[in-house]
Design a protein around this ligand. Structure first.
Ligand code: F3S
Length: 289
């Protein structure tokens, strides 16, 4: 049995940057509070807690003097409110997310209604809409947009950074087919993250060669869920796990080629544990054949 992982695994530069900012903040100020987990990985969150990082779910829960905006960003109103309360705000928003926020702001300032291709409940998407000054909506379905009945004449389309390029293209296509007769001007800004794009391309490539794909990452991580979706859409049996312990021996039985990829919030040690677990299962299966 052959086991292969994609060339790119582990933290992306945006996550590494956010962790560095947090570590520097704890060194300088001691305890800090983040608005939501800085990354979607419990082991990382637990490690940060030991350094003095407390996670809160909304600004009212902040009790200290230092608040950190996580890598997926926040609406600008949140940091304004915190600063007005006299808190020091440290911003660890990923530069790629910042690009999407700036695009939303620029479009709305010149009169465009912003439509974000993304999960309306995801913090990054809520943040982008906040930068559009509330002049926009988020949806994953280009056709099911009942809220667009009163569509303004100028529309700007953006994407959540971690979405799949083919799905964004499909969304644009359906949107144009359905709404172009009703709008005067349409602007499309490609706000997809290049790291996610590359990782998805590598994952699909590997998925097309293997018998089973293991995708490692938090279940609430948008980029990991997208990775699992694209691997499954290649027609390959795909399992999304958070830890090595979740990998079941049955998945590998009778398989000759196993592929592994990870989301962007996964520490290298978790990838190593997954590779070790797969190797142990492989040895066990080899010994019985
Ligand atoms: Fe940023 Fe892309 Fe990572 S948006 S946080 S570099 S997945």
């Amino acid at each position: 049995m052959q086991i292969e992982k994609t060339e790119e695994t582990g933290f992306c530069f945006g996550v590494k940057r956010a962790l560095r900012i947090l570590e520097e903040a704890t060194e300088k100020y001691g305890a800090v509070e983040t608005l939501g987990p800085v990354v979607h990985n419990q082991r990382v969150v637990d490690g940060l807690r030991e350094l003095g990082v407390r996670v809160v779910s909304n600004p009212d829960q902040i009790t200290g003097n230092i608040a950190v905006i996580p890598s997926h960003g926040m609406p600008p109103q949140v940091s304004e409110e915190l600063k007005a309360r006299g808190l020091k705000v440290i911003d660890s928003t990923c530069p790629n997310v910042r690009k999407a926020q700036r695009a939303a702001k620029a479009l709305s300032e010149v009169g465009f209604w912003v439509v974000v291709f993304g999960d309306p409940n995801h913090p990054e998407v809520k943040g982008i809409l906040g930068w559009a000054g509330g002049k926009g909506i988020a949806t994953l379905d280009g056709e099911a947009t009942p809220k667009l009945d009163k569509l303004p004449h100028r529309v700007g389309l953006l994407s959540q950074t971690t979405r799949n390029p083919a799905q964004f293209a499909q969304f644009i296509n359906s949107f144009v087919t359905l709404f172009l007769p009703r709008i005067e001007e349409l602007r499309i800004v490609n706000t997809l993250c290049h790291v996610t794009k590359k990782r998805q391309a590598e994952a699909v490539d590997l998925a097309s060669k293997v018998d089973v794909m293991i995708v490692v990452g938090a279940r609430n991580s948008a980029n990991t869920r997208c990775l699992a979706e694209v691997c499954a859409s290649a027609g390959t049996e795909t399992h999304h796990v958070e830890t090595a312990a979740e990998i079941e021996e049955d998945w590998l039985e009778g398989k000759s080629f196993v592929g592994v990829t990870t989301g962007t919030s996964i520490p290298d040690e978790v990838t190593e544990e997954v590779m070790l677990r797969l190797d142990q299962i492989k040895r066990g299966l080899d010994a019985t054949t």
